[in-house]
Ligand binder design. Structure first.
Ligand SMILES: [Fe+2]
Length: 300
């Protein structure tokens, strides 16, 4: 299966109505009411579609509350709360509120400072701006696929150190400086670091995907100058518009992404309009490099 195809698998899709969105990533799913009680066939097709399209969008899921969002996400596996940011009371849900620093406007894969970072994220729109506040996803399998043979060989060998103490000020253009600072303090209250291969083999699809994003601190065995160049080289391939899909939110929309094969970016273009989204993440596996080495937690 080529990573650059975004067309539905032909023979098996009966239960799901799938509409591919961009050329390389993203599909809207129609006619499904998400819950913890999805028919097994429907869920199996949904999961299959997720591996193929990397991010799925469903409109009109206003019936979901926190409990039902969790029940649905649990069909993929055990849920895992954010390691430092407290969940909403009595849940494992991370709420991102624009009034309290919840503006993820730089490219990342969720929680890559953990060795076994989440495999799937499920995000539900609660309050959205009239205009602006879109999210963009990028296909990290297609990004690897488009590299030249020489760059693939380089990427295959590289490892990077990821940490939760990334430079949050680098991309901030604030209407919300205090909220952002407080959120960052909570986010980094305990240093968490992991070493990942720059290329991991997806355990389900077998695709090679690039592992980068804003939690990368440097490349192992390289100084910061070389690390910055290497980061820009791979990150630019990942975030090329051809590799992306952009979603304009309506309340009740749900996005489900394969966190092992994507990065995303929440566009911070809505000023002081209010935006609230709620995310649950499904526990992931430890990444494995092309030569079979596993990511490791870094203890300092
Ligand atoms: Fe995120």
């Amino acid at each position: 299966v080529s990573a650059v195809l975004n067309t539905p698998d032909t023979p098996t899709s009966h239960a799901l109505h799938l509409l591919p969105l961009a050329g390389r990533i993203g599909a809207e799913v129609r006619g499904v009411r998400l819950s913890g009680h999805l028919a097994p066939d429907t869920f199996a097709e949904l999961r299959q579609a997720l591996y193929r399209h990397k991010v799925l969008f469903l409109r009109g899921q206003q019936h979901l509350d926190d409990a039902e969002q969790q029940a649905f996400a649990r069909l993929f596996g055990d849920l895992v709360p954010h390691p430092t940011v407290p969940s909403r009371q009595g849940t494992q849900i991370l709420e991102l509120d624009s009034n309290h620093g919840g503006r993820a406007n730089s490219w990342h894969t969720d929680v890559t400072f953990e060795a076994a970072y989440p495999q799937v994220s499920v995000l539900r729109a609660v309050v959205v701006p009239d205009h602006g506040g879109d999210t963009v996803w990028a296909n990290t399998a297609a990004a690897y696929d488009e590299l030249s043979p020489a760059l693939k060989a380089l990427a295959d060998q590289l490892w990077a150190l990821h940490g939760n103490d990334y430079d949050y000020a680098a991309t901030r253009l604030e209407p919300d400086a205090n909220g952002a600072r407080q959120y960052h303090e909570v986010f980094t209250s305990r240093l968490i670091e992991a070493e990942h291969p720059v290329v991991r083999v997806h355990p389900v699809t077998g695709e090679r995907t690039l592992v980068a994003g804003h939690f990368v601190k440097r490349f192992i065995g390289h100084n910061t100058q070389d690390s910055d160049h290497l980061f820009a080289l791979f990150q630019n391939h990942i975030t090329r518009p051809e590799n992306t899909v952009r979603w304009h939110w309506t309340p009740g929309d749900v996005a489900i992404w394969d966190n092992r094969a994507t990065q995303h970016y929440a566009i911070n273009d809505y000023g002081d309009q209010h935006r609230v989204v709620r995310r649950v993440t499904v526990a992931g596996d430890v990444p494995v490099s092309v030569d079979g080495q596993r990511s490791r937690k870094r203890t300092s």
